[in-house]
Design a protein around this ligand. Structure first.
Ligand SMILES: [Zn+2]
Ligand SMILES: [Zn+2]
Length: 307
C-alpha cells in the first residue's frame, strides 16, 4: 500500500499530540540539572575554581537560571520539598567550600593520577574501590605513605574532593599548618580549650603530612588529640605521611589489603613493620590507633616535582 502524505495541518496537530503525550508520561517538568551542561560537565550543577588558596565551589548558571527550581535545586511536591538531585548541588557547594582543599588541586582526580613509575596504578585502583565502598563512621580510613614528590597531596586532595561531591562532610588540613593555627588559637585565648573542636564535626578529616615538623611534645600532643578525637567519636581519618618507609621494603604493592570491610577492627593485612618510623615518631599509642582506624597504603614512584 502506498503511504499517503498527511495534510500539513494534520501532521502538525499529530506531532503536538505525541509531544504532549511524551511529556505527560515523564516527570512533569525537568530541572536544568538533569540536562547536559558544557560549563559544569561531570560536576552536575557545580563549578570549581582555584581562588588562590583553596578550591572554591559555586552553583553553575545552569542551576541558578533553572526555571523549575530557580537555583534552589528543590521543588515542592506532594506537600513537601524534594531535591531535584541527591545530594543537592546546593549542599555540595557548601561541603566543598568548608573542605578547604588546596586550590592548586582543583582539577585533581584519582582517575587522572599519572605517576605510574611505582605503585601508582595499583594504589589508585585500590583507592577508587575504597571510595565506592566508603561509609563515614563505618569504613576504615586511609593512611597513605610515600616519599616526597610522589603525589600524596594530589591523591588525598582528589579523595577529599570526591567525598564532598558525594555529599560527605570533609575537612582538609596540613598537619604542620594546623599545629601552628592551634597554637595561635591556644595562646591568644589563654585558657584551656579543646584544640580539635572546630574539626570534630566533619565526618572525614584529611591530614596532609602527618608527623611533619620538629616533633615537639606539643606537636605530638596535637596529633594525639586529633586522632583520639576521631577514634572516640567514631569518625573517619585520611592522612598522608612521609614517614614509615623501611629501607629495602619493595613488596608494599604485593600486600593484600581488605579495603572494603567495615568496622575499625577490619583485617588490614599490612606489614606494620614497614611503618615503624611513624610509630617511632608519634609513639605507639597514636600509631596503634591509626592501625585500627585506617588502611595502610604505600605510594612509591619517582619525584614528580623534579620533572
Ligand atoms: Zn532546577
Ligand atoms: Zn552547568
Amino acid at each position: 500500500m502506498e503511504t499517503q502524505k498527511l495534510p500539513q495541518s494534520l501532521e502538525k496537530a499529530l506531532s503536538r499530540l505525541t509531544a504532549n503525550k511524551a511529556h505527560s508520561t515523564g516527570n512533569a517538568a525537568q530541572c536544568a540539572i538533569s540536562l547536559p551542561c558544557s560549563a559544569c560537565q561531570d560536576h552536575k550543577g557545580i563549578r570549581l575554581e582555584n581562588d588562590g588558596v583553596f578550591i572554591k565551589a559555586s552553583l553553575c548558571s545552569c542551576v541558578t537560571t533553572c526555571k523549575i527550581c530557580a537555583g534552589t535545586c528543590a521543588k515542592p511536591e506532594s506537600g513537601g520539598v524534594i531535591d531535584c538531585q541527591k545530594p543537592s548541588p546546593v549542599k555540595i557547594v557548601g561541603l566543598l567550600n568548608d573542605a578547604k582543599i588546596p586550590g592548586r588541586y582543583v582539577d585533581a582526580s584519582i582517575k587522572n593520577f599519572s605517576n605510574f613509575t611505582g605503585s601508582g596504578k595499583t594504589v589508585m585502583a585500590q583507592i577508587m574501590r575504597w571510595i565506592e565502598h566508603f561509609v563515614p563512621g563505618k569504613s576504615s580510613g586511609l593512611l597513605l605513605t610515600g616519599s616526597v614528590g610522589v603525589g600524596k597531596t594530589y591523591v588525598i586532595s582528589a579523595v577529599a574532593k570526591e567525598l564532598a561531591l558525594r555529599g560527605i562532610s570533609v575537612r582538609f588540613a596540613d598537619f604542620y599548618q594546623l599545629v601552628n593555627e592551634l597554637r595561635d588559637a591556644y595562646s591568644s585565648d589563654g585558657k584551656s580549650m579543646s584544640p580539635t573542636k572546630p574539626l570534630h564535626d566533619f565526618e572525614v578529616l584529611v591530614i596532609d603530612e602527618l608527623g611533619k615538623g620538629r616533633n615537639t611534645e606539643w606537636e605530638v600532643s596535637i596529633a594525639d588529640s586529633l586522632i583520639s578525637d576521631r577514634y572516640n567519636g567514631n569518625k573517619s581519618i585520611i592522612a598522608s605521611t612521609n614517614y614509615g618507609l623501611k629501607e629495602g621494603n619493595t613488596d608494599a604493592t604485593q600486600r593484600t589489603i581488605d579495603l572494603w570491610s567495615t568496622g575499625p577492627q577490619s583485617s588490614n593485612q599490612m606489614n606494620a613493620e614497614s611503618f615503624e618510623n611513624l610509630n617511632k615518631r608519634l609513639g605507639p599509642r597514636i600509631f596503634s590507633r591509626l592501625k585500627e582506624m585506617t588502611v595502610f597504603l604505600e605510594l612509591t614512584g619517582a619525584d614528580f616535582r623534579r620533572h
